[in-house]
Write a protein that binds this ligand. Structure first.
Ligand code: AR6
Length: 210
């Protein structure tokens, strides 16, 4: 009765449950896609993406972790971005870039995902956050970039839907840039195993579609 219940993990799959699990895929225009479990603040890439809020002066979750690891210079660099309206430095769906200061990453791309309301309103805003992030990264010649699961924490986006929208948005942004694309590797760095598993499943379905 248990036949087929156990499938050996693929070679890139490290011990189940352990931090450091990672799977590698490819977007159709050639950029490498890595899905991994871990802490984004330790990523040794050109840029890490922060799931910020519109004020852009820090917060909880991954935002708090990035500000703690980058040091107090980060909030000062954020504050230098002008307010586009009172209290808003980065409207939802847009992105801003700063140096990474004490982080291994050279840059932090700050973006703001939506507070989840419903798919019709929230999906275009989540997609815009990813596309804007890729765009500002490309403008700085970024070759490798790590994303957290934007909006999957306090902003409450359902995880399976977030994974689908996120991967499709990055794929579209990379394709749109054409020859001008500098981004050769995109990583999703997910904190917990459940979100990691959901992103892996979506990447498998997504890359099989192409
Ligand atoms: N590395 C990777 N992922 C992390 C880390 C980390 N060090 N820490 C948390 N996560 P959230 P949001 C995951 O709530 O939903 C902030 O207060 C976390 O498990 O950080 O976009 C901002 O200032 C979750 O999967 O961001 C905003 O006000 C994901 O990162 C608001 O939260 C995002 O969770 C943004 O909400």
């Amino acid at each position: 009765a248990l036949t087929g219940a156990f499938t050996p993990p693929p070679p890139t799959h490290k011990a189940a449950g352990g931090a450091g699990m990672a799977r590698t895929f490819n977007f159709k225009q050639g950029t490498k896609l890595v899905i991994k479990q871990g802490d984004i603040t330790t990523e040794d890439v050109d840029a890490i993406v922060n799931a910020a809020n519109e004020r852009m002066l820090g917060g909880g979750g991954v935002d708090g972790a990035i500000h703690r690891a980058a040091g107090p210079e980060l909030v000062r660099a954020c504050a230098q971005h002008p307010e586009v309206e009172p209290g808003v430095r980065c409207p939802t769906g847009e992105a801003r870039i700063t140096p990474g200061f004490r982080l291994p990453a050279k840059f932090v791309v700050h973006t703001v995902g939506p507070i989840y309301e419903n798919d019709r309103e929230s999906a275009p805003l989540l997609a815009a956050a990813y596309r804007s992030s890729i765009k500002v990264a490309q403008e700085s010649g970024v070759g490798s970039i790590s994303f957290p699961g934007i909006s999957t924490g306090v902003f409450g986006y359902p995880w399976d839907k977030a994974a689908q929208v996120s991967l499709e948005a990055v794929d579209a942004a990379l394709s749109e840039a054409g020859e001008a694309n500098s981004v050769r590797e995109v990583r999703f760095v997910l904190f917990g195993q459940k979100l990691y598993d959901i992103f892996v499943a979506e990447a498998e379905a997504f890359t099989a579609k192409e």
